[in-house]
Design a protein. Structure first.
Length: 440
């Protein structure tokens, strides 16, 4: 054999060995990346299952009350006792979440909430279920479930860091899960109730909480124990969370913004839109189309932000989102034809979709790891606390002023919020990116 042939064979052998080595390195890297992403993916999947379960419960339980009692007043009372515990748990339960740890709280909350849901059809089918017993179970189920959602939200920054994912992308993924669960959960609940009956749906709902707990327990590793100050009372920890909110002007501003926008949005969706659709279009089908356009557009906006959000300036993007939100309200006030209105709603909802992911990303970075339960819980409580008041006052002012006038007032309120976001010095802190590290 000539030396040229031998050299060629040796070169091909060396090249083949290098290619195999590269393939092995790529394979190992993919496995490592997959392992690092698994906890975050599992957490988001558990959150999706739990949230769909919550949406199903919010529809199935009032329907169950209506079926078994025939009373609209009792149905409304049951709905009230699904909201009140969320506010109480957010205000008072945050310190407990920080003490127990986020992973443990998520698991225990899902198991406890699932047990409360399961007891409703179980007692109804066996011993009988009095209305006051149903209210107790509804109250306890919501009270025990709320800390689970806060705990899973508090886990996102650490798992995103473990996966090497920008916090904006992780926050967007969490928001996509939340919005998607709302879009999917309601029609799924209605379909299942119609096909299987309310009691069977409640059993399935209870099982969904169990699946969520198993996912977190099996795929999210227990964090290392961290030292805690000795002899610190629960009240002191709760006060420390409130003190942080008072001293961090950026987070405090965000809390006020969340409360204000939820107040306005609750008035819009809870009262003004139904009256608007009835007056202008005369059919509830169009209300469904409007809500679907809004929800679908916001979902697309959150998805888009997950792809490019880490490259965008937060403060400028945040202000632009409020511009889109206010433009949508002016479209309602102009009484546009339905096709034009739906087009504007979709475009504006896509534009405003990143609002919550930006808020979450900033909160994850600024809130200390050992305070996330308290601070995020307080933000959630503030958001929910403003909603019933928004619905109440929205109804009063719509009766007194008319739909168009109230829409203009809400649009002006959004405009004022937009201008304040651009002018407040505290909002400049949005663009200072801080690593959201620390495991709890």
């Amino acid at each position: 054999m000539s030396s040229t042939s031998r050299n060629g064979s040796a070169w091909r052998s060396t090249s083949s060995s290098r290619a195999r080595a590269r393939r092995r390195r790529v394979s190992r890297e993919r496995k490592r990346v997959s392992r690092n992403h698994l906890p975050l993916i599992s957490l988001l999947a558990a959150n999706a299952i739990s949230m769909v379960g919550n949406v199903v419960a919010m529809i199935a339980i009032p329907w169950f009350v209506l079926e078994t009692s025939g009373s609209a007043a009792r149905t409304g009372l049951a709905g009230f006792f699904t909201i009140l515990p969320v506010v109480l748990a957010g205000l008072l339960g945050g310190a407990l979440i920080d003490r127990l740890g986020y992973r443990r709280t998520s698991i225990l909350a899902d198991l406890a909430s699932g047990a409360c849901v399961a007891l409703i059809p179980l007692l109804h089918a066996t011993l009988g279920l009095q209305f006051w017993q149903l209210i107790v179970l509804v109250f306890l189920g919501a009270l025990l479930d709320a800390p689970g959602g806060t705990a899973r939200s508090a886990l996102v920054p650490d798992l995103a860091a473990q996966a090497g994912m920008p916090i904006e992308r992780a926050a967007s993924a969490a928001q996509v899960i939340e919005r998607g669960s709302r879009l999917v959960g309601a029609p799924v609940a209605g379909l299942l109730i119609g096909v299987m009956g309310t009691a069977t749906v409640l059993w399935l709902d209870a099982a969904s909480f169990l699946v969520s707990a198993v996912l977190v327990g099996a795929c999210v590793a227990a964090p290392p124990a961290r030292p805690r100050p000795e002899k610190v009372s629960y009240l002191s920890e709760w006060k420390a969370g409130l003190a942080f909110l008072r001293t961090d002007r950026l987070i405090l501003t965000i809390v006020v913004v969340v409360m204000l926008t939820n107040f306005l949005d609750a008035a819009l969706s809870g009262v003004i839109l139904p009256v608007y659709v009835k007056e202008i279009f005369g059919t509830p089908v169009n209300l469904g189309l409007i809500l679907a356009a809004n929800g679908g557009g916001a979902l697309l906006g959150a998805l888009a932000y997950g792809v490019v959000g880490h490259r965008l300036p937060r403060r400028g993007t945040f202000v632009a989102m409020f511009v889109f939100a206010s433009l949508q309200l002016w479209a309602f006030a102009l009484y546009l034809p339905l096709p034009a209105l739906l087009t504007v709603i979709i475009v504006c909802s896509v534009g405003a979709g990143p609002l919550n992911p930006i808020i979450d990303a900033v909160a994850y970075e600024h809130i200390p790891a050992d305070m996330r339960g308290r601070v995020l819980g307080t933000i959630t409580a503030g958001a929910w606390l403003a909603m019933p008041l928004g619905v109440l006052l929205g109804g009063v002012f719509t009766d007194q002023l008319g739909v168009r006038a109230v829409l203009v007032v809400i649009a002006l309120a959004y405009l004022a919020t937009t201008l304040s976001m651009a002018a407040l010095p505290a909002m400049r802190g949005m663009d200072r990116r801080i690593p959201a590290l620390g495991t709890t």
